[in-house]
Design a protein around this ligand. Structure first.
Ligand code: MLC
Ligand code: AMP
Length: 545
């Protein structure tokens, strides 16, 4: 069940490394069979054939090609989830440009930063946002702004309809950029993680093998796709997983527990963040019979509570496979799907762990010296099995660097080429990796990353605020949520609800703390650093019931 480096590297030796070519080569020979069955808002299904995916992405690729964009142009996309949005991603790969997906929750100041930083040649937005998005885009020098809605409307498809449905994928090198994913930083603004065609293709091929995807000829896997397509999990792990295997997808624009449970008898693979599992467990329709047809449930993007892992086993008879990854690296570790010859043939999926380093991925755990706070000097010792330290990784999946931030990129790699994940964990004697915490100040809420520094900066700008600290506390639905602790200026008594409302006008909704408390001062250590652990302890019971 393991994949040797030679197997991973082999498809990269073809003339072009364009990821689209590899995905297209996996389409089944019957191009008229169903590739995607998409749930409609009216409760019906819209069927897309493999030929539809091929032709529509060719039309869009031809449209992009007709714009005469410079090589390496970024195509920034902030649209609702739809199959047409997936086709636009495929078209961007096909035409050799760089896809830049943006969360639909981002507000104008966030979009202004991303567009200003990435300088995309093309921006695609919803018709409803065209006014403000186009103003930002044109001010940043973008030449073309198209619209796309989730009901096949908008100028992108209108324009693409004039173009032919055949398109030869542009030849690419493995090192050419395929996508930029913005990921926030603990200090300063978001950084664009540059992923290459080689990063994405090597990871997709390796996961196809490691997770034992069954090709249509072998009974055929069917994936339930219910995640957003502007982050690694939904766009790469889920979509590539199905496409590179020629597998059908049952496609939901939004996650609804009932609809997903009703689709289980027609599917074999499901991928979700822990919140999706928690919400399905709360629905009485989740039974062993409902899940009987399924082969594999995969969880990632945030820690899966051991209670959820056990409850899922009891309710469905299935053991969730937990895996671990990042925007900068795509997938890094996974619990086994079948026996893993590299680890004494182990096939146990251990709750609370994220499994083994994936084939081709190097993972090491190092002591404090290597991750020293000031300048991150080298010298930390490699820790023995079972000891907790900083997780560092390398492999063909590790990104090329942060967009136009060479210093930041250099800081995040050790001198011997390992990427510092910012995650803290251990690898036990059997090879299983456990994430125990993070050295980066990060809250993961319902699978979305929230960086306290960004929220604190926004709060500190508000009238009447002297300073603030944002900490993550446990939450039964989202796993973890932010709580803001605010110190007022002398003589001022700000309204916590007004603070949250003001934040809502500036930031994506999932970033808004779920509670705001006023405090006379922030606890600090002798170095003057805010003791966030004390704030976390103080507020950790807020959502326990
Ligand atoms: C929504 N809300 C959240 C939230 N999602 N609050 C905190 N955290 C979240 N994740 C809030 C909204 O602000 C809103 O509040 C209210 O919930 C309803 O919004 P909604 O949009 O209707 O929510 P819902 O559809 O229920 O969305 C919940 C969710 C969604 C869990 C389905 O968050 C989701 O799809 N999460 C998956 C994220 C994901 O794909 N991550 C992968 C990252 S890749 P109000 O007050 O405004 O009403 C990665 C790498 C890897 O991490 O390893 O995979
Ligand atoms: P992102 O930057 O959105 O790609 O988020 C990546 C981060 O999510 C990682 O660095 C981890 O902190 C976290 N993460 C992903 N998968 C898991 C997991 N299975 N368990 C714990 N944390 C995870």
């Amino acid at each position: 069940m393991t994949t040797s480096d030679a197997q991973i590297a082999q498809p990269l030796q073809c003339v072009s490394h364009n990821l689209f070519s590899a995905l297209r080569a996996a389409f089944p020979s019957d191009l008229d069979s169903t590739a995607i069955e998409a749930a409609t808002p009216e409760g019906g299904w819209r069927h897309y054939s493999w030929r539809d995916l091929d032709h529509a992405s060719a039309r869009m690729a031809n449209l992009l090609a007709s714009l005469d964009l410079p090589a390496g142009s970024r195509i920034a996309v902030q649209v609702e989830k739809s199959v047409e949005a997936l086709m636009l991603y495929l078209a961007t790969l096909r035409a050799g440009y760089v896809y830049l997906p943006l969360n639909t929750a981002y507000q104008s100041s966030e979009i202004e930063y991303f567009v200003g930083n990435a300088e995309p040649a093309v921006v695609v937005c919803t018709p409803g946002n065209f006014g403000w998005v186009s103003r930002i885009a044109f001010a940043a020098g973008t030449q073309h702004v198209f619209t796309l809605d989730d009901e096949r409307g908008g100028s992108l498809l209108e324009r693409a309809a004039y173009f032919g449905d055949a398109h030869q994928p542009v030849p690419c090198g493995a090192d050419d950029l395929a996508a930029i994913l913005y990921t926030s930083g603990t200090t300063g603004r978001s950084k664009g993680a540059m992923l290459t065609h080689g990063n994405l293709l090597s990871n997709a091929l390796m996961l196809k093998d490691y997770w034992g995807w069954r090709t249509p000829g072998q009974g055929g896997d069917v994936l339930i796709h219910a995640l957003p397509i502007f982050h690694v999990h939904g766009l790469f792990v889920a979509s590539h997983g199905a496409l590179i295997n020629g597998s059908k997808m049952i496609w939901f624009a939004r996650f609804e527990p009932r609809a997903v449970i009703e689709a289980l008898p027609r599917a074999t693979v499901f991928m979700g963040v822990p919140t999706l599992y928690v919400r399905m467990l709360a629905d009485a329709r989740l039974t062993p019979a409902a899940a009987a047809h399924m082969r594999l449930f995969i969880s990632g993007s945030a820690p899966l509570l051991i209670e959820t892992f056990h409850q899922w086993q009891e309710r469905t008879g299935h053991t969730i496979l937990e895996r671990y990854g990042m925007s900068e690296t795509i997938m890094l570790t996974s619990n086994p799907c079948g026996p893993d010859a590299r680890y004494q043939g182990q096939s146990e999926r251990r709750g609370g762990t994220v499994g083994f380093p994936l084939p081709g991925v190097g993972l090491r755990v190092v002591g404090e010296g290597d991750e020293g706070k000031e300048g991150k000097e080298e010298g930390g010792a490699l820790l023995p099995p079972g000891e907790t330290g900083h997780i560092q990784v390398r492999g063909p999946n590790v990104f090329k660097g942060y967009w136009r931030m060479p210093e930041k990129t250099a800081e995040e790699f050790t001198s011997d080429g390992w990427f510092r994940t910012g995650d803290v964990g251990l690898q036990d004697r059997d090879g299983y990796v456990t994430i125990v915490g993070r050295s980066k100040d990060l809250i993961i809420s319902g699978g979305y990353n929230v960086y306290p520094a960004e929220i604190e900066a926004a709060i500190n700008e508000l009238p009447g605020v002297a300073e603030s600290a944002v900490v993550g506390v446990p939450h039964p639905d989202f796993g973890e949520v932010g709580v803001a602790v605010v110190v007022a200026r002398a003589g001022v008594q700000p309204d916590p609800q007004a603070i949250l409302a003001a934040l809502k006008a500036q930031l994506a909704n999932y970033k808004i703390p779920k509670h705001c408390a006023l405090a006379a001062e922030l606890p600090r250590n002798t170095m003057g650093k805010v003791q966030k652990n004390l704030l976390r302890q103080q507020h950790q019971g807020l959502f326990q019931d």
